[in-house]
Design a protein around this ligand. Structure first.
Ligand code: SAM
Length: 422
């Protein structure tokens, strides 16, 4: 039986987005997502509709449906990107952001959620300039924003600019971060885009550039070319070791997620999504836009990775407190104390070969850290390869883990599986 790998972060993101979706559903005055609008959007994503209907018209007509259908997944992607920027030590240095093709403010909303839960680590308030060529998504954002509690609105200063991105970006020179969340392919393929000038402007800015997008066959050439131009002038940085598409974009594959959109007292709709996307972070290579030292969480995950992959008990002793508890499976009794933990790991060292541990997503709240991960190794006693996906929760005391619990799903194979992220 597969264990549902739930994480606290996801539960919070979901309940928050359900709240926001109910605001959107109310404002759209609709009883469900319009299938015709959804088809129009899908055709547009895959470039099928460009000749018939332009991007602006489509998003003006479908902004509510877009949010209700894709809001949770896109918010989760942006939240993930924020966790990565934090882990790289970049986020704490940022105070001015431009979100290009912002739609109904997905990035800004993800930031509010992030800031709510990580208040101590951020330089608040953040300034976010949202720009979009369509008016309706920006207007929808206003409606959502006006219903958020004041404490949440105070976390970010929002400026909205109704503007088609051709090559210039509003006050590019002053931004610390430029975000293209699910918008760069659309912008590049638009007839308005002055491709060379846009690349030059981006390359010349001192901002870090975050790109989140999908692979679409019809925009592959443009995305490839854009990636090539960016790495000519900028440094590609990444915290997690995902497989790469075209040597630049990480192929991020988080959890499948579901949420319910309530349209009325009696009617609700379940939305299922895979949080699977391409992501790249380009830092200026001129020394500007320095990162702070990576936070403690990043360091601990790297230590855990080394401890497991090298079966190094010394690292384990550094990582855990003397009296740490360690629960390997949800219903098993926790091991008590570092000696018991080391004994258990020693057994593993005898049985496991070629261990690869890959953190997929790290988040932290106060003194606890949540890690989504994948791992693989060869079990010598069983003569089989093991593939695990799971999550762990670690609570820290004075920089060391004092309580650890994990859960995972397992797949075994007589042969190594090559198509996984290891
Ligand atoms: C797929 S939506 C993404 C919205 C949001 N960033 C998200 O991740 O949910 C793409 C957005 O890009 C905007 N867009 C497309 N081409 C644009 C252009 N040339 N300039 C500005 N915005 C553009 C669209 O209006 C739309 O709101």
């Amino acid at each position: 039986m597969r264990i549902a790998i739930e994480i606290q972060t996801l539960t919070e993101v979901r309940s928050w987005i359900e709240r926001v979706c109910s605001i959107v559903a109310r404002h759209c005055n609709s009883s469900a997502i319009d299938p015709h609008n959804l088809n129009m959007l899908r055709a547009h994503f895959a470039c099928g509709s460009d000749v018939l209907v332009d991007s602006e018209t489509i998003y003006n007509r479908t902004s509510g449906d877009f949010f209700l259908r894709y809001g949770l997944a896109n918010l989760m992607k942006n939240y993930y990107a924020l966790s990565e920027l934090q882990g790289l030590g970049i986020l704490s240095r940022i105070s001015r952001i431009i979100d290009v093709g912002s739609g109904p403010g997905t990035f800004a909303l993800a930031y509010v959620l992030w800031a709510k839960t990580h208040a101590t680590t951020l330089s608040c308030p953040m300034s976010i300039v949202m720009t979009d060529s369509a008016r309706e998504p920006l207007a929808l954002f206003d409606k959502i924003w006006s219903e958020l509690p004041e404490v949440e609105r105070n976390l970010v200063k929002i400026t909205k600019v109704h503007q088609t991105c051709t090559s210039d970006l509003p006050s590019t020179a002053e931004a610390d971060l430029i975000v293209f969340s699910n918008s760069i392919s659309e912008i590049l393929r638009s007839s308005h885009c002055r491709y060379d000038d846009l690349c030059q402007n981006l390359a010349g800015s001192h901002a870090t550039i975050l790109v989140i997008d999908h692979y679409y066959r019809d925009t592959e050439r443009l995305l490839n070319e854009f990636a090539r131009r960016m790495v000519e002038h900028r440094k590609l940085v990444s915290l997690y070791h995902w497989n790469r598409w075209n040597n630049v974009f990480d192929e991020v594959n988080l959890l499948p997620i579901a949420h319910r959109v309530r349209f009325s007292e009696t009617h609700s709709q379940r939305i299922d999504s895979n949080v699977k996307f391409l992501k790249a972070i380009f830092r200026p290579s001129d020394g500007k836009g320095h990162a702070s030292p990576p936070p403690r969480t990043t360091h601990s995950v790297q230590m855990y990775k080394r401890a497991w992959e090298q079966h190094d008990l010394n690292i384990l002793r550094e990582l855990f407190t003397e009296d740490a508890t360690y629960q390997e499976k949800p219903h098993s009794a926790p091991l008590q104390g570092i000696e018991k933990i080391c004994e258990y790991w020693k057994q593993n060292a005898l049985r496991q070969r070629f261990v690869r541990f890959m953190p997929k997503f790290v988040d932290f709240h106060n003194d606890s850290m949540i890690v989504l991960w994948e791992a693989s190794f060869f079990r010598v006693d069983l003569n089989r390869w093991m593939y695990l996906d799971g999550s762990f929760n670690a609570t820290f005391r004075q920089g060391r883990i004092c309580a650890f619990s994990e859960k995972f799903n397992k797949l075994t194979s007589a042969f190594p599986l090559n198509d996984r992220n290891h």
